[in-house]
Ligand binder design. Structure first.
Ligand code: PLP
Length: 402
């Protein structure tokens, strides 16, 4: 990536604005256009064109213009050699599994992770391809070492993990992984590459659901894998072209536009996340708050070491009440929206637990039902006031309890 126009000699904010953009040669526009073409003109004699080749202007599933611009920018922001963008975060995660795992291989993964990863590793991959996984608490380095087998090819972690915010030490896990000759992939979605850059800490892959913070506006889905050119090329050749989870040029363009304000938005998410976590922690009706930026969090030191700019806007918390009061509380919120997803501009809350079978596997981590709360970039005072008035309405907070 050293030959790109806005590379690492520039600061993060400058790269967020400029990398991947340029003057459109045909129109003179100072914004590159959306190129909604499926195909690109072939040379006079196409005999030598390889239909399964990545990167050449051929067909959008092999690599279109807008996805190329986005890849250039994301790699420059992470500081990685290369990047491939795909249709969703899950397309990116499964692209890693399908590219680097063979029948008979073994994976070590965080015991609580994104639900599609859990399904892929515990149901689909073992049943269809005899790929086995051992799920461990990856904040425990000894547990990882104990889970590694001779046929372990991949260690996959999420830090902070979805939805419990568990923190794992990327640098230490990279050492363990490489000593064994395996690959380490880190799902970096909760932190985003503004707050944490796993490839700079030794991970082979950093995975981002672009749907979340990177696009940030809740209006387009995408996924990215960042890493070395050799490994990313293999993913392009095996997974993007032949499994086919290519991103649409329009979504790549929308996400490119979202990334311009990524550092501004993340600074506000970091600030609001901490304020809301501190507010919740002080309430008598709150049973726990999991937020890596709270000094009371037992994983604070590890989080601080690897989350360079802040702790992001996602937290989880529990209320000392029954299931139905959780739903009533949510129904009284006016600023905060009840919906899945996270990392949008607006605050989103979701009640987790009753429907999740992991509630029974990991009762302690699941706290008998809890909220995942993605704190948005509204005014922190309005978010806090919204929580206060809804808790008061359901009787969990009274004037005397304040
Ligand atoms: C949302 C999410 C994903 C999946 O991303 P999609 O874009 O929805 O496919 C993966 N990992 C984490 C941690 C997520 O939060």
């Amino acid at each position: 990536m050293s030959d790109i126009k806005f590379g690492e000699q520039y600061g993060f904010n400058t790269r967020a604005v400029h990398t991947g953009n340029d003057i459109d040669k045909e129109s003179g526009a100072i914004r590159r256009p959306i190129i909604m073409a499926n195909s690109y003109a072939l040379p006079y004699d196409p005999t030598d064109v390889n239909w399964s080749e990545a990167g050449k202007a051929l067909y959008t599933r092999n690599g279109g213009a807008n996805q190329g611009y986005l890849q250039e920018k994301l790699a420059a922001l992470e500081g990685s050699e290369d990047c491939v963008v795909l249709a969703t975060g899950v397309a990116a995660l499964s692209a890693i599994f399908f590219t680097f795992l063979e029948s008979g291989d073994h994976v070590v993964c965080s015991n609580i992770s994104y639900i599609a990863v859990y399904r892929l590793l515990t149901e689909l991959l073992p049943r269809k391809y005899n790929i086995k996984a051992t799920l461990v608490d990856t904040s425990d380095l000894e547990a990882i070492k104990a889970a590694i087998r001779p046929n372990t090819k991949l260690i996959h972690i999420e830090t902070p993990g979805n939805p419990t915010l568990n923190i794992s030490d990327i640098k230490e896990i990279a050492k363990i992984t490489h000593k064994h000759g395996a690959l380490l992939s880190v799902d970096n979605t909760f932190a985003s590459l503004y707050n944490q850059r796993p490839t700079s800490l030794g991970a082979d892959f950093s995975v981002e659901s672009l749907t979340k913070y990177i696009n940030g506006h809740g209006d387009a889905m995408g996924g990215a894998i960042l890493g070395s050119k050799v490994l990313i090329d293999k993913i392009r050749a095996e997974a993007m072209i032949n499994i086919g989870g290519a991103i649409s040029p329009f979504n790549a363009w929308l996400i490119m536009r979202g990334t311009v304000t990524l550092p501004l938005r993340m600074r506000q998410h970091n600030e609001n996340g901490l304020k809301v976590a501190q507010y919740l922690e002080a309430l008598p009706c709150v049973s726990f708050v999991a937020y890596p930026g709270l000094e009371s969090n037992p994983q604070y030191e590890t989080a601080k070491k690897q989350m360079i700019n802040g702790f992001s806007g996602v937290l989880s918390f529990g209320l000392k009440t029954d299931f139905s009061t959780h739903n009533t509380f949510v129904s009284h919120l006016k600023v905060i929206t009840s919906a899945v997803s996270l990392g949008h501009d607006e605050s989103l809350i979701v009640f987790l637990g009753p429907e999740d079978e992991r509630q029974y596997l990991y009762p302690e981590a699941f706290h008998n039902g809890f909220f995942r709360f993605s704190v948005g970039i509204e005014d922190a005072e309005d978010i806090i006031e919204d929580i206060r008035q809804a808790l008061t309405t359901v009787g969990l907070l009274g004037p005397l309890l304040l």
